[in-house]
Design a protein around this ligand. Structure first.
Ligand code: HEC
Ligand code: HEC
Ligand code: HEC
Ligand code: HEC
Ligand code: HEC
Length: 301
């Protein structure tokens, strides 16, 4: 009896907000792109915007474009073949939950969309991987943009910091902000720390999912190998602040970043020794020491 009452009370409290959330859900990629529109930011933050536009974050459903192809095979060779338990035999049966095994990090805002958007993304990834440029353009409309990092993911400890303010951009200070929708500036303790990036850059398998996936595990390596062995740089130090890399946040595809990944010391010595008189053995010893200089193991992803 007691547990029934608790259940009812919870249902009463939850109903209004669930209804509100349902009202707001995006029904197409275009609607989701409008919901998370960042075109206004370009006017005043032109440099940051230009760097971000070229980053893999901006097109996180396409990537190198290995991501688009892998989403396509996840759907075709994974989810749809596993229909006995996944419940999805065709693209039209897919739900947001199915796509979240990738979108958890590649498109967190999918939580604000209906199953129709999950299906549109799955079909566009399949078509895009088969060479359809229009489908690829559609996928490029959504990605990890300003609002994901400076709003949605800017607070981690909700019982300490409270809920995200939907009309604020989070940065390094408090105040007012001249954007017409995001009118407040709020300070985020998370933003300048590695944990900010760790939210997506992986601790290991995502065991909380019904079908765990393991994509990037680099933040685990950063925490458990780099920091304990004396590393004191953050993700932001190496990927944003260093050499003005900014919001491009490059990985190995930037030659300067790749070059700094490993320190190689080669020590070669040629000599000979004499096992017996008149019969010298020519000998060479090459000692190669390779030291990882990244803030985590490589490669990743
Ligand atoms: C919302 C999730 C999310 C957050 C937060 C996030 N990333 Fe990423 N990041 C990704 C995903 C997903 C990719 C891969 C996109 C692709 O190629 O498909 C990526 C790619 C990258 C790459 C590879 C870029 C390249 O050119 O190869 C780097 C470097 C990177 N992120 C650094 C960072 C740093 C530094 C932070 C913190 C300031 C951060 N990321 C925060 C999800 C995230
Ligand atoms: C992957 C996460 C991520 C995305 C996407 C992102 N930012 Fe940032 N941004 C950061 C982090 C982290 C910092 C703090 C960097 C530091 O501490 O050195 C920052 C700093 C800033 C700053 C202050 C410092 C500066 O460089 O001027 C501005 C302004 C800013 N971002 C605007 C934007 C805008 C506009 C966009 C979209 C075009 C955007 N950001 C997209 C993570 C992100
Ligand atoms: C009309 C101009 C304007 C527009 C539009 C605008 N910003 Fe800003 N933004 C500013 C100004 C001015 C500041 C304050 C800079 C300062 O105090 O150093 C600021 C500060 C910020 C900061 C905090 C930087 C820090 O130092 O921590 C972030 C993050 C940011 N804006 C993101 C955005 C995003 C995201 C958008 C789009 C949704 C956007 N801005 C749209 C003018 C604008
Ligand atoms: C001490 C500097 C340093 C720190 C700290 C650091 N990185 Fe890196 N990172 C690098 C270098 C150098 C590379 C290039 C490695 C290569 O050539 O493969 C790299 C590569 C990457 C890549 C591309 C993956 C790959 O296989 O190369 C991603 C993603 C990335 N870093 C994210 C992060 C995140 C997230 C953090 C914080 C948890 C972080 N990095 C901390 C230096 C650093
Ligand atoms: C825990 C968060 C997370 C999940 C879940 C996740 N990814 Fe990733 N993924 C990342 C991050 C972060 C990177 C960038 C790291 C790097 O490049 O080393 C990445 C990189 C990739 C890359 C290489 C990037 C490129 O442009 O070539 C592919 C491919 C990829 N993901 C596909 C997928 C697919 C498909 C799924 C779902 C089955 C998935 N990921 C699930 C976080 C995640």
């Amino acid at each position: 009896m007691k547990s029934l009452r608790i259940g009812l009370a919870a249902a009463i409290v939850l109903l209004p907000s669930a209804a509100l959330a349902a009202e707001k859900k995006a029904n197409s990629i275009d609607e989701l792109a409008r919901m998370y529109d960042v075109s206004s930011c370009k006017r005043c933050h032109a440099k940051v915007f230009a760097e971000w536009e070229k980053s893999f974050h901006a097109t996180s459903l396409i990537g190198s474009p290995r991501t688009m192809a892998t989403i396509a095979s996840t759907v075709k060779d994974g989810l749809l073949k596993e229909y006995t338990y996944s419940g999805a035999k065709e693209v039209k049966d897919l739900t947001v939950e199915h796509l979240m095994i990738c979108a958890k990090c590649h498109l967190p805002q999918l939580k604000d969309a209906t199953d129709a958007v999950a299906r549109e993304i799955a079909q566009a990834a399949i078509d895009g991987a088969a060479g359809d440029e229009q489908a690829k353009k559609q996928l490029a409309k959504v990605g990890i943009n300003c609002l994901i990092c400076h709003n949605q993911k800017a607070l981690i400890h909700k019982w300490t910091d409270g809920a995200i303010d939907p009309n604020a951009v989070y940065g390094s200070k408090e105040g007012s902000h001249p954007d017409s929708k995001f009118t407040r500036l709020k300070k985020s303790a998370t933003l300048p720390e590695s944990i900010m990036c760790g939210q997506c850059h992986g601790l290991g398998p995502n065991f909380e999912l019904a079908e765990p996936t393991q994509c990037a595990t680099l933040y685990g390596s950063h925490l458990h190998a780099y920091v304990p062995s004396g590393g004191n740089k953050s993700c932001q130090d190496c990927h944003i602040r260093k050499d003005g890399r900014g919001h491009f946040m490059p990985g190995y595809r930037d030659p300067a970043v790749a070059k700094s990944a490993v320190k190689v010391e080669v020590n070669a010595r040629g000599y000979y020794f004499l096992p017996k008189a008149g019969d010298p053995v020519p000998t060479a010893v090459v000692t190669v020491a390779m030291t990882g200089q990244a803030g985590h193991r490589i490669p990743d992803g």
